[in-house]
Design a protein around this ligand. Structure first.
Ligand code: KDG
Ligand code: MG
Length: 403
């Protein structure tokens, strides 16, 4: 079952996506998401210039060998551009294998471990009361888990608050990133009051989450975790930048608030210490950025042995192909925790028709063979690439800070 065609499709139906489409000699097609927000063309070039030529003529059934060929074989291992490329090939090959077997992918991964995939959405508002209204809206839609972000008094813009009621889209079209300003003091003074208000309004049962988006030092993150303990979050996400895995020990020593991290990780080597020392509770590596289904399964297996659950990144910069792949994975792995899900814009949905569905707080990948997602190439061609950047962030005195 040799690969006879491989095509990289870059399109912008509301936001930019990079897609890899493989075709086998038997006419089976496989799709992979290769989107890297704000750096899309770097991945498209890596694929076009260095991966596509190696794929033609390869046996599409040899998924593990192809993964190792692209990872070990490149000599220059890891990094988001390389790994998004490897991930796209891997996703497309699993799509092909499952289609050839006539099964939805989750069946090849061991079958269902649960009935549906618990998902969380993003409630956000400029003020606490706006955020409370947004949480109420999510609960009306049936969500059982909601991430809550709010504007902070004194700061003009804040991560997680922006366009759209049901989603947060951070990348802004343009040829340079927007700049925002940050004050850790204002944030830490404000945060407990937000969750006090939300818990008072909605009671103890709804799962609440919050993303600190890499902005705190370990000791500041420990303080945030302690302040939030009375409101028993499902998780506090990315409390501190995770290049320094040891930093998480300080957080752990001070708080029982569960910690999630990993949306920017590319491999098990970014998180094995966090997992083995049980410094985190949820690992957020996702299919498109951490080596596809093949590598994510290895991360999940390590995590399972250490009572760490999965919580895959699922913001709108994961295309419906990645969301579909994540849902198959979530349904099958034993130590699944929760899946992030933000609905895509209608234009995106039309370009990527898919079998997955949402109902009453849970998602279902559907029973179509493969991933259950397609790309309408004619329609995609009507949405050419449009440069967009994630913002950058500075402290009030102008010093660059993590965004
Ligand atoms: O591309 C970056 C976004 O996906 C990220 O900022 C969203 O932190 C995020 C989240 O938790 O969804
Ligand atoms: Mg995040």
């Amino acid at each position: 079952m040799n690969i006879v065609d491989a095509k990289v499709i870059v399109c912008c139906p509301g936001r930019n996506f990079v897609t890899l489409k493989l075709v086998t000699e038997d006419g089976i097609t496989g799709l992979g998401d290769a989107t890297l927000n704000g750096r899309e063309l770097a991945v498209a070039s890596y694929l076009n210039d260095h991966v596509v030529p190696l794929l033609i003529g390869r046996d599409a059934r040899r998924i593990e060998d192809t993964w190792q060929y692209l990872y070990v074989g490149a000599y220059w291992r890891r990094g988001p551009v390389t790994m998004a490329s490897v991930s796209a090939v891997d996703m497309a090959l699993w799509d092909i294998k499952a289609k050839a077997a006539g099964m939805p992918l989750f069946q090849l991964l061991g079958g269902r471990s649960r009935d549906g995939v618990l998902v969380y959405g993003h409630a956000n508002g400029q003020t606490v009361e706006d955020a409370v209204r947004a949480v109420a809206h999510y609960l009306d839609l049936g969500y059982k888990a909601v991430r809550v972000q709010s504007g902070i008094p004194g700061l003009a813009s804040t991560y997680g608050v922006g366009r759209g009621k049901l989603f947060y889209e951070a990348a802004e079209p343009g040829t340079a990133p927007a700049e925002s300003r940050w004050s850790t003091e204002a944030y830490l003074n404000f945060l407990p009051g937000l969750f006090e208000r939300v818990r008072a309004e909605f009671g103890p049962d709804v799962h609440l989450l919050h993303d600190a988006h890499h902005r705190l030092t370990p000791i500041e993150a420990a303080r945030a975790g302690k302040l939030l303990e009375p409101y028993h979050l499902l998780w506090l996400e990315d409390p501190t930048p995770a290049e320094l895995q040891e930093g998480f020990r300080i957080i752990r020593q001070h708080t029982t608030t569960p910690i999630a991290v990993g949306e920017v990780f590319n491999s098990v080597f970014d998180c094995y210490k966090l997992i083995q020392e049980q410094l985190i509770d949820y690992i957020r590596t996702t299919v498109v950025h951490a080596g596809g289904i093949t590598h994510l399964r290895k991360i999940a297996s390590l995590a399972e042995m250490h009572q760490v659950r999965t919580g895959c990144h699922g913001a709108t910069d994961m295309s419906p192909i990645c969301i579909a792949a994540a849902l198959h994975f979530d349904l099958a792995v034993h130590n699944f925790g929760v899946q992030e899900y933000m609905p895509h814009l209608d234009e995106t949905e039309r370009v990527f028709p898919h079998a997955y569905t949402f109902q009453d707080g849970y998602m279902y990948p559907g029973d179509e063979p493969g991933l259950g997602v397609d790309i309408d190439e004619g329609l995609a061609a009507r949405y050419p690439y449009d440069p967009a950047y994630l913002p950058v962030n500075r402290r009030l005195d102008g010093t660059m800070h993590s965004w």
